[in-house]
Design a protein around this ligand. Structure first.
Ligand code: NAD
Ligand code: WQD
Length: 361
């Protein structure tokens, strides 16, 4: 049986997707340099997938390394082929994701997100592995003109992070369009099967509390910050503006439970594996918007924790509302979100509170 290479499989979205894929019977190879995750996540993935010790090696392999190390990535493909577990598809999560950091370190972001992806694609091409699911982001839309945002909305990234995602999307479109000459003057259609998934705001955690989002340093995103206020790690949350043209003046986002997102990756992978060569570009979101205050109130209700906050100035680069049109993902993948905002708060806090326990002892 073939295997699936998961780049960045120890990260937030990657780890949840690994659990879903292992439970569905796939054999996985993870490559991760742990720049934003911990090796301990691997044993949590194995535990959640109920892998027996003796078969873990066959079902789940870990390679500690960097996707920019082309020699290493080539070796991974070679060894898998030699062992009879050829890599048949790649789900490419590995990358850097902080908008703020990307403004400070544009060269690093272009190197990891864009050059790293190009090198990975070169190796895939060499081994004729042409099935790819790529992690893109709603960030590529910039400040959207029309809500809900569908996949035909203009691509207009406004920060280096978003630009690296848009650049990879363009590269993937070129690969998908390229025709290969089999004989002189004879062209065959491209054989790449690619899904570009544009995630909206991924949050929550596995219901077991065994894996979740574990940001290194100070988080940039709202949900981990709410969790840290609830935990007592910070005194209060700054709400970036209460004068937006929204229901209560605070920013509105499409929050998607990470387990729904993981199921979306499985659906995309399976669609590609059974379909003709194609390029699919799909939003993964719920189609519902919630304001910052709505999220805080839901969190307080579900967890019984008080979230103190202070209204601050608007954050540069923010938009009032970002909500996905999830219609195309339903049409092509037969996928839609199943979890509610309450599930998000419940599972997200369960993970955070278990982590406090782990840190204490
Ligand atoms: P994450 O940081 O938790 O996971 C990324 C993983 O990739 C980490 O384990 C990290 O150690 C690893 N990694 C980073 N650079 C690497 C490299 N050069 N070589 C090998 N491994 C490397 O992030 P996430 O939230 O799980 O995001 C996964 C992907 O989804 C990213 O590409 C991100 O840009 C994209 N995305 C995330 C969000 C979000 O809000 N979480 C939204 C849209 C898109
Ligand atoms: C959500 C809402 C803030 C923090 C980002 C990236 C995007 C994607 C997802 C990777 C907004 C408000 C936030 C705080 C606040 N990631 N907020 N106080 O900005 O929608 O999207 O993460 O691809 O690329 O840009 O998410 O969680 O930062 O903000 O009031 O301390 O919470 O203004 O309305 P965002 P977020």
């Amino acid at each position: 049986m073939g295997s699936i290479l998961i780049t960045g499989g120890a990260g937030f979205i990657g780890s949840h997707t690994c659990v879903v894929l292992l439970n569905a019977g796939y054999n996985l190879i993870i490559i991760d340099n742990f720049s934003n995750s911990s090796p301990s996540v691997i044993s949590s993935i194995a535990k959640l997938a109920k892998l027996e010790d003796k078969i873990t090696e066959a079902r789940l392999q870990l390679v500690k390394g960097d996707i920019r190390d082309k020699e290493l990535v080539t070796q991974i493909f070679e060894i898998a082929k030699r062992k009879g577990t050829r890599i048949i598809a790649v789900i490419h999560f590995a990358g850097l994701k902080s908008v703020h950091e990307s403004i400070q370190k544009p060269l690093l972001y272009w190197d990891v997100n864009t050059s790293g992806t190009r090198k990975l694609l070169e190796v895939m091409n060499e081994f004729s592995c042409k099935v790819l699911v790529f992690s893109s982001s709603a960030t590529v839309y910039g400040d959207p003109c029309v809500i809900p945002i569908d996949e035909t909305s203009p691509i207009n990234p406004i920060n280096p992070y978003g630009k690296t995602k848009a650049a990879v999307e363009m590269l993937l479109a070129d690969i998908s369009n390229c025709q290969q000459r089999t004989k002189p003057f004879q062209k065959s259609p491209t054989d790449w099967r690619i899904a570009i998934l544009r995630y909206f705001n991924p949050v929550g955690a596995h219901p077991s509390g065994e894996i979740g989002e574990d940001p290194k340093g100070i988080p940039n995103n709202l949900f981990p910050l709410i969790n840290q206020v609830a935990e007592g790690k910070r005194d209060l949350l700054h709400i970036f503006g209460n004068d937006w043209p929204t229901i209560d003046g605070t920013g509105v986002r499409d929050y998607i439970h990470v387990m729904d997102l993981a199921e979306g990756h499985k659906a995309a992978l399976e669609k590609l594996l059974r379909s003709e060569p194609q390029l699919l570009t799909l939003n993964l979101g719920s189609g519902k918007g919630h304001s910052v205050l709505e999220l805080i109130h839901c969190f307080e209700e579900v967890t019984g924790k008080k979230i103190s906050y202070q209204i601050a100035n608007r954050r540069a680069g923010d938009s009032a509302i970002s909500i996905a049109s999830p219609k195309l993902a339903l049409k092509y993948l037969n996928w839609s979100t199943q979890k509610s905002l309450k599930d998000i708060c419940d599972d997200g806090w369960n993970w955070q509170s278990k982590n406090i326990y782990k840190n204490k002892f």
